[in-house]
Design a protein around this ligand. Sequence first.
Ligand code: HGY
Ligand code: MN
Ligand code: MN
Ligand code: MN
Length: 450
Amino acid sequence: IASAGDEGSGLFREVLRDEAVARLSELGKISDVDGYLERTFLSSASVKASNLIQSWMQDAGLRTWVDPMGNLHGRAETVNASVPALLIGSHLDTVIDAGNYDGSLGIISALSALKVMRINGKLGKLQRPVEVIAFSDEEGVRFQSTFLGSAAVAGVLPASSLQISDKSGVTVQDVLRENYFETTGDSLLQMKYDPRSVWGYIEVHIEQGPVLESLGLPLGVVKGIAGQTRLKVTVRGSQGHAGTVPMYMRRDPMAAAAELIVLLENLCKQPEGFLSYDSECKGFMDESILRSLVCTVGEISCWPSASNVIPGQVTFTVDLRAMDNTIREAVILELSSRIHQVCDRRSVSCMVEKKHAAEAVQCDSELSSHLKLAAASALERMPGGFQGDVPVLMSGAGHDAMAMSHLTKVGMLFVRCRGGVSHSPEEYVLDDDVWAAGQALLAFLEKHVI
Ligand code: HGY
Ligand code: MN
Ligand code: MN
Ligand code: MN
């Protein structure tokens, strides 16, 4: 694959690496809080980040706009506008105490590759439109409902999502209104993309896992993305005086929650020990799928949260993922019944709410093979060169590509990150790996849109 990297690679290295690295650092400083990185759905930092990315989109020669769900779009048209477009995207929101690369790398490497094409005059020769989308909410930190932005573009965001409220009772629709969007169910119907107008969606993203680093390789192609279910579990007991209620008389929701959290961990470590033999997924229990079953309690809160008060109520989140939907659903069923068993035994009450569920997604094999060739061509140009096969990985992390798979075929390119660490300020990608990502996208674009 001939890539712009061949001609004047010094100039293109400046854009695909040095400028991209500088932009990642600049974007990483735009936070809602001092001291660590946090950008939630349409927060002031997210709006500031969106404005900065919009200037980079214009620098790449793209036409830009923001849609009724706060997604930022940058599009390069072609002479024959009826040709289905290639969409490239990732998210501009972050988790709490986030790193600089999760989401941002996918947006910035796309804009770097397109900027190189503008510089070498190829943007005017596109055979198909190319559109970069910076999605407004992938992490779902504020409203516990992920993919608010990409699901809207894909046409699978229910209008009811506009009424989801955050911890302070503010709804998604309120936040949109605060940002001058009067978004209604009709707006969602109007903004969804027609599948016939889209050729495919690709996303570059850090691996957020240790495999590429263990292989000593900067890039990999994603085969599939694990399905995920998010629950909110509320346990209620008898609030009381920490000093006077005898242990045998207590109905302590914190102790119940503690037992449930350890049970959850054991269930996901050894599901075969928990799932009843008649569960239909027994046949699915092969090692790789089993090992993909993971579960996390990331948030826990209690009321009234005072050291000398037996809590009255404890609430905690469950984030459960698996490559196989049958296993994930069987485990969720098993878990819900065990939560009720433990709470009954402890004479506390419980409520299990399903906040979000996304099916596992297989990436498109044609797009994946194109990405694999593009990645291989990029790696051959990297310092030290590269011979051999670009690895194919599964993703335990969720991505906007899951939502976009409802609209079109999807492909993902993974980029090595140090120690596989993510959702942490320790997140880090080597400058040359940032360059590899941009170079691979450039090679893909030159092969498939020129
Ligand atoms: O949680 C995830 O997998 C993604 O980072 N939103
Ligand atoms: Mn993330
Ligand atoms: Mn992400
Ligand atoms: Mn007292």
